[in-house]
Design a protein around this ligand. Structure first.
Ligand SMILES: NC(=O)c1ccc[n+]([C@@H]2O[C@H](COP(=O)([O-])OP(=O)(O)OC[C@H]3O[C@@H](n4cnc5c(N)ncnc54)[C@H](OP(=O)(O)O)[C@@H]3O)[C@@H](O)[C@H]2O)c1
Length: 280
């Protein structure tokens, strides 16, 4: 049977679905139901984080979905306050306890926090956690090219993936080139730019009309065609289904260029520049 969502192969040989479900703000019983409904709609990749305080809801959502663990990819993220080597290993174990899982498919450093300067030892902890089988693949999030360069140089291990802010208003063209050169998979956070302005964008609106698709579907198809794994978040079962119904049409080169033209150098949604942004 053909799989609903295609997969990409990462540089460590593991695979990952090309789109997944974001879970920021999906908490408690309603959160577990939203995660379960996403899995039943066809999502197999679920993106959580220690700091979202919903790894428990993710574990519960998986249980409620009735889909077996082996069919799923679960990502979690290491928070800034656990960047020392020992603390990072504690956080990974705690993520496993909270989600009631034996392993995570992907564990990533949430932010580099360069002013704290502990991200290299955090990366070493992830390398060891992978060796010990706690996690299948390891990566980073919000790492600028200089942070990638440093962890690769100091440990010899290239991350499998970098999850960065990426949407039509901030398309990360330069950063994506660096990923391509180094064999790192790009993943887009806030792929719908949190939906507010994008849903009334005229350029994308016209493209959506051409294909008889919604603006959200065109944007998510655009992520797929630039080679980035998107993780749109939706609490609505109907919009969850809409957001993965993107594999039966293709955007032309002209349409891709029109969307590329919407990007702005200062297009970050909340000015969260990884060189200075700190969250713990
Ligand atoms: N690594 C990081 O630092 C980082 C930072 C931010 C986010 N993330 C991850 O990325 C995920 C996604 O980002 P995000 O949650 O910030 O924003 P997003 O996915 O770009 O947008 C989510 C918003 O779009 C709405 N929406 C979803 N599908 C829609 C559709 N088809 N039509 C209309 N509206 C739609 C949702 O509302 P409804 O729920 O009502 O559908 C929600 O308000 C997060 O959940 C999180 O897992 C990571």
């Amino acid at each position: 049977m053909e799989k609903a969502i295609p997969e990409v192969t990462l540089n460590d040989g593991t695979t990952l679905p090309v789109t997944g479900l974001g879970t920021y703000g999906l908490w408690g019983n309603a959160g577990a139901n939203a995660i379960s409904s996403g899995i039943n709609a066809g999502y197999r990749l679920i993106d959580t984080a220690y700091n979202y305080e919903n790894e428990g809801a993710v574990g519960e959502g998986i249980k409620r979905s009735g889909i077996s663990r082996e069919e799923l990819w679960i990502t979690s993220k290491l928070p800034g306050r656990y960047h020392t080597y020992e603390k990072a290993l504690v956080a990974i174990q705690e993520s496993l306890y909270r989600s009631k899982l034996d392993y995570l498919d992907l564990y990533i450093i949430h932010w580099p926090l360069p002013r704290q300067d502990h991200y290299v030892e955090a990366w070493q902890a992830l390398i060891d956690a992978k060796k010990w089988g706690l996690v299948r693949s390891i990566g980073v999030s919000n790492f600028l090219p200089e942070h990638l360069e440093r962890i690769i140089q100091e440990t010899g291990v290239t991350p499998s993936l970098n999850q960065v802010e990426l949407h039509p208003f901030f398309n990360q063209e330069e950063q994506r080139k660096v990923h391509e050169e180094r064999g790192i998979q790009t993943q887009s956070w806030s792929p719908l730019a949190k939906s507010a302005d994008i849903l009334s964008n005229e350029t994308i609106g016209k493209i959506a009309e051409n294909h008889n698709k919604t603006i959200a579907q065109v944007v998510l198809r655009w992520h797929h065609q630039i080679g980035s794994v998107s993780i749109p978040r939706s609490t609505s079962p109907q919009r969850q289904r809409e957001n993965i119904n993107i594999f039966d049409f293709a955007l032309s080169e002209t349409e891709m260029s029109a969307i590329a033209g919407l990007s702005q150098p200062d297009g970050r949604l909340n000015n969260m520049d990884p060189a200075t942004h700190e969250e713990f």
